[in-house]
Design a protein around this ligand. Structure first.
Ligand SMILES: Cc1cc2nc3c(=O)[nH]c(=O)nc-3n(C[C@H](O)[C@H](O)[C@H](O)COP(=O)(O)OP(=O)(O)OC[C@H]3O[C@@H](n4cnc5c(N)ncnc54)[C@H](O)[C@@H]3O)c2cc1C
Length: 361
């Protein structure tokens, strides 16, 4: 039964989900956001140590360091995202990054990569359900119910649900509807359509190594791109605006190497990536951490089945059952080479517009 105002559950508090939640809230909907991690931002992530008493890796004796170990930076290509980033810059949520060795215009979150997401989260009228991994969706009597690993069945019911997750995770969650014990059996056919779209988008992984050095690494570039190497990218974190001065480098393995070694032990991964970096820098890390991103980047854009390739929808919305999806993998702009963070934002904006148009908010 449609309630007033329309109630949405947004699953995933990355940039896409938070942008969607903010847009729907601004249009008068009641929105709850569910996020499996403790913090927000998803793949716009920053790891810190020794920075503050509540930093997860901090200890009194730990050296201070910080690293944007997911997206290292982002571009703004489309007019609408350029305008948004200009607003972020004005509000000191994002800053321009001018690494030596790079000619493109690049942006980073101010102080940390999570800053834009944290600001969006703080602007929402309702608190986010963090540390809540939604593992089952069920539709009953015209409303959605959510189950999480941590809290069981959520007490409230929703008129609409938006999955703001990487495609493979969205597909997995959708399959709980299709295969569930829902009294509305026809729901399986709606879920199947959404699953087909998510399953059509392969996502590549990325192994990341955060490496700390005792003294400055003698390279003129702050941003190095590699080819024909397990390494794809190396970034001097201190070259970003408002970062600690410590000599910390982010090393990202290539998508191909990461996918071929996605189940490898982290020790072997760090050995390989640090050795590759040593070859160009002659520098040996004094400490390092490893992180595996199983789903880092979409390999191509999602197109709704039957839609023209010129379709301007950058999200998925099924108004009949109030089921939506958004995320970078849906927001990639074919003509503008815009992807990643920009695509996530475009997709979050798109779902909030489409869902709000389709329902009596
Ligand atoms: C290694 C790496 C390098 C990158 N490089 C760049 C780059 O150079 N430029 C660029 O623009 N972009 C880059 N990106 C991509 C960019 O980070 C993403 O496109 C963007 O952040 C995606 O946002 P999103 O909101 O769509 O998804 P996400 O940020 O993935 O958000 C999804 C959220 O859902 C949560 N979640 C997952 N499952 C559940 C569940 N069952 N229940 C509740 N919550 C759940 C996750 O914890 C996460 O917070 C990179 C990403 C990585 C990982």
């Amino acid at each position: 039964m449609i309630q007033s105002p329309f109630r949405f559950a947004v699953i995933g508090a990355g940039l896409a989900g938070l942008t969607a939640a903010a847009g729907l809230s601004a249009r008068g909907a009641y929105v709850d956001v569910f996020e499996k991690s403790r913090g927000v931002g998803g793949r716009m992530a920053t790891r810190r140590a020794g920075m503050s008493p509540d930093a997860s890796l901090a200890s009194a004796s730990a050296p201070r360091w910080q690293c944007d170990h997911g997206a290292p930076a982002f571009a703004a290509v489309t007019a609408s995202f350029r305008a948004e980033v200009a607003r972020w810059e004005k509000r000191e949520l994002a800053a321009r990054w001018r690494p030596t060795g790079n000619a493109r215009e690049l942006w980073v979150g101010a102080q940390t990569m999570t800053t834009p997401a944290r600001s969006l989260a703080a602007s929402l009228p309702r608190a986010i359900y963090s540390s809540t991994t939604v593992d089952t969706l069920q539709r009953e009597h015209g409303a959605w119910r959510l189950h999480s690993a941590e809290a069981g069945w959520h007490p409230e019911r929703f008129d609409g649900v938006v999955l703001a997750l990487p495609a493979p995770q969205a597909s997995r969650l959708l399959s709980t509807i299709a295969n569930g014990e829902s009294p509305e059996q026809s729901i399986a056919s709606y879920a199947k359509r959404a699953i087909e779209i998510a399953d059509a988008i392969p996502m590549s992984g990325t192994w990341a190594v955060i490496a700390r050095f005792e003294s400055r690494v003698e390279l003129t570039e702050d941003l190095l791109a590699f080819s024909d190497s397990p390494l794809a990218l190396a970034v001097r974190e201190a070259s970003k605006p408002a970062r600690p001065a410590d000599e910390v480098w982010l090393l990202h393995a290539s998508a191909a190497w990461s996918d071929a070694h996605i189940e490898a032990q982290s020790d072997g991964v760090s050995d390989t990536l640090l050795a590759e970096f040593r070859q160009v820098s002659a520098a040996t890390a004094s400490a390092f951490q490893v992180h595996r991103w199983r789903y880092a980047n979409a390999k191509r854009r999602a197109i709704e089945p039957g839609a023209e390739s010129t379709s301007r929808n950058y999200s998925y919305w099924d108004g009949e059952i109030g089921l939506g999806m958004c995320g970078d993998w849906l927001g990639i702009q074919p003509e503008a080479a815009a992807g990643g963070v920009e695509a996530a934002w475009l997709s979050g904006m798109d779902i909030s517009r489409r869902a709000a148009e389709a329902v009596p908010i």
